[in-house]
Design a protein around this ligand. Structure first.
Ligand code: ADP
Ligand code: MG
Length: 692
């Protein structure tokens, strides 16, 4: 009669569950038996080593074995509290096991029995005791499991209950756990088979086995996820077509001539990657990563100009209007002596201007369009779009890219280059931008000025401001960043007040401006232009200056309440003041409350390497917090942990892409289970019907 319960069964029908416990389990997100088995322990109790009672140390967890001397029942407070005390002795000493309001225990145990139990040792007056210990074995029952799982729990569900439920579930269903990872990959990666993994992750023979089991399950999860990317990429490469763009020596020379510097090794490598992509009929899908100021925009410009040189149009899209204008100004500088016909398309054009511009784009009279998402409105039609560069703050990420794709003409798409505003740890890149090829620029252009970063207390502000005054007097400019808050009315009032305080107080003989996220684009631009021209000396800003603002003369930054920002964001902010020919100074004003907050600031003060900072941020705060927003496009992973399982992400990536290269349709019998799982999980998004 076994086999009526399967992995998709409601846990309620599992032996020992029932409606009441099923409701408790639902609170943990557990509905089916599969969910239950994927509810993994957060740690294990070692019951493999029994300690002599005389060696027990209070406040430590221990396992003891002895004989029951007596069982005593008492009630206090009018029967409100019923206490069972069980005296146990081994040859070395005596310990009292205590249970409150759990009289049944007295019926299970008898004097003279031998007992093995585990729990936290406490000292009460002159006696050792354990409250509500776990009974590992009675009489001949030796402990069958050397390690017991400790689960995330919910109120009214005890760990012993959950262990018992898990045992039943494993006994009935572990053998049904499907093996979807091809044997060959398991061998290659030295991972256990699925059935063994799911058993041993709960009741492991050793802690090493537990970790291997967890890794196995995590690998499987990541493999499926990377397979989705691999299939997607394969389909894109097979089905989509882009114009092959030639890069002759002459074209290369003409483009390079526009820049007043020679490219760094990193830039050259990224350009070489992109040029290889551009010459193919497969659309380029490439991400260029690099630290703030590494010169990504230069690489992007090169790629845009390749399109123009091939008589195609090119578009550069930025996430905000400020950034679009910034790019526009940069391009204007690089293209000052070129005949490239270019236009800025943003939401703040008048409708007549917009109409005129759209017509020019449609008629092919504009070669290069820079803009915000105004570029992807439905009424924008390109004559012959060859390259699109998307500068995305990872916050907006994936969605914009998807929208951009929708407007591509089938049969002839542009090549895509994506720039991220800031370094992202490799595991997250593979996860969030998993359908893209990646070029990384690690070196910075020569002559970059160092930035000295100091963590200061709020009470040191007067000294900090005195230092800022000195720098302003020397002709430099400075930012004062407001605490990170939602851009609410109150927050803006606070920002305005800070501006007023500074303008009327310490900085009364300087001009102090304010820029915040609730200003209209025109207002923001006006303020930024004033700052850029040096008409404002000091700029009070909310985090809107985080993105791409480039004012080389601004070399000092004071960040209020710095521990409220993410590390990546702080790094990004600080990047604003390392752009000129003078050294930068960054003051992180903070009173960090937790050790983690302190550690984050220390990381920032100790390095300016964006990739190092990004890895630390991921480690300290985890992947969800890394991006600081919900819209990051991270998948929900049940087992894998992107901060901890970097090696597994890499393995899954390599294995998935290799697998799809060898068997694009996943037709081989050993891939059938993978294929089913992939369809079940990502079928819609992948249009896997096409694969079928
Ligand atoms: P990113 O987009 O990665 O932040 P940018 O492309 O905006 O970096 O470059 C940052 C600054 O460095 C710009 O002022 C740019 O002109 C300059 N720059 C870029 N590449 C080089 C280079 N190879 N040599 C010297 N300066 C460079
Ligand atoms: Mg830039």
């Amino acid at each position: 009669m076994a086999g009526t319960t399967h992995l998709e069964s409601d846990v309620q029908y599992l032996k020992g569950v029932g409606p009441r416990r099923a409701a408790l389990l639902r609170r943990l997100g557990i509905v089916t038996v599969r969910d239950l088995l994927l509810h993994l322990p957060r740690s294990y109790e070692d019951v493999s080593r029994i300690q002599p009672i005389q060696d027990l140390v209070p406040d430590r967890w221990a396992v003891i074995a002895g004989r029951i001397l007596f069982i005593e029942r008492r009630s206090v407070g009018n029967d409100r509290l019923k206490i069972v005390t069980v005296g146990v002795s081994d040859k070395t000493g005596v310990i009292h096991l205590i249970w409150f309001n759990y009289e049944q225990i007295g019926e299970r145990l008898k004097p003279g029995q031998s007992i093995i139990c585990a729990g936290k040792v406490e000292r009460y007056r002159h006696e050792l005791q354990m409250k509500h210990p776990q009974i590992v074995g009675i009489d001949r029952e030796l402990p069958t499991d050397p390690f017991l799982p400790v689960y995330p729990l919910t109120q009214d569900l005890r760990v012993q209950e959950l262990r018992r439920i898990m045992k039943h579930a494993l006994a009935q269903c572990a053998d049904q756990w499907p093996e979807i990872v091809p044997r060959q990959l398991l061998l290659k990666r030295g991972l256990p088979p699925a059935g063994q993994a799911v058993r041993e992750v709960h009741f492991p023979p050793s802690l090493e086995a537990a970790e291997q089991a967890r890794r196995r399950l995590a690998y499987e999860e990541l493999l499926i996820f990377q397979l989705a990317f691999a299939v997607l990429r394969h389909q894109m490469d097979r089905e989509r077509r882009a114009p092959p763009l030639r890069v002759t020596e002459e074209i290369d020379r003409r483009i390079r001539r526009l820049f007043p510097f020679s490219f760094t090794a990193g830039q050259n490598a990224a350009i070489a990657d992109a040029v290889r992509d551009l010459q193919s009929v497969r659309p380029m899908h490439r991400l260029v990563q690099g630290d703030v100021g590494a010169g990504k925009t230069v690489v992007a410009t090169y790629v845009l100009l390749v399109a123009v040189a091939n008589r195609y149009q090119a578009a550069l899209m930025a996430p905000t209007e400020v950034l679009a204008r910034q790019h526009w100004l940069t391009l204007e500088r690089y293209l000052a002596h070129s005949r490239v016909r270019r236009a800025l398309l943003t939401g703040s054009l008048s409708s007549a201007e917009r109409e005129r511009l759209l017509k020019a784009i449609r008629d092919g009279e504009v070669d290069l369009v820079v803009g915000t998402h105004a570029i992807i409105q439905e009424d924008v039609v390109f004559h012959r779009l060859g390259v699109v560069v998307i500068d995305e703050q990872h916050k907006f990420g994936v969605r914009q890219r998807a929208r951009f794709r929708q407007m591509a003409q089938p049969g002839c798409e542009p090549h895509y280059l994506v720039m991220t505003a800031t370094p992202i740890p490799r595991t997250l890149t593979l996860t969030v931008f998993g359908d893209l090829d990646v070029s990384i620029i690690r070196d910075l252009p020569p002559g970059r000025q160092p930035v000295e970063t100091r963590i200061v207390r709020p009470k040191q502000l007067a000294e900090v401001y005195a230092f800022v005054r000195e720098k302003l007097a020397e002709g430099r400019q400075a930012y004062v960043i407001c605490p990170r808050v939602e851009e609410t009315d109150e927050a803006l009032a606070a920002a305005e007040q800070l501006q007023a305080e500074l303008a009327l107080g310490v900085f009364r003989d300087f001009r102090v401006g304010l820029v915040h996220g609730r200003m209209s684009e025109a207002q923001k631009d006006a303020v930024m232009d004033q700052f850029r021209r040096g008409e404002l000396h000091l700029l009070v800003a909310t985090a809107v200056v985080e993105v791409g603002v480039d004012v080389p003369n601004a070399t000092v930054m004071v960040i209020h309440d710095a521990s409220r920002f993410g590390l990546a964001q702080l790094h990004q902010l600080r990047g604003r003041i390392a752009r000129g020919s003078h050294p930068g100074y960054c003051f992180l004003v903070a009173e960090p409350k937790s050790e983690e907050a302190r550690e984050r600031l220390r990381v920032l003060a100790s390095t300016t390497d964006g990739f190092e900072i990004a890895e630390a941020d991921l480690r300290l705060r985890g992947p969800g917090e890394f991006f600081g927003t919900r819209q990051h496009g991270l998948p929900e992973l049940r087992v894998a942990n992107l901060a901890r399982d970097q090696e597994l992400v890499q393995w899954a990536r390599e294995d998935a892409f290799e697998l799809v290269r060898a068997d694009p349709q996943l037709r081989r019998p050993e891939h059938a289970a993978l294929r089913r799982e992939l369809l079940a999980r990502y079928g819609q998004r992948l249009q896997l019907a096409a694969v079928g």
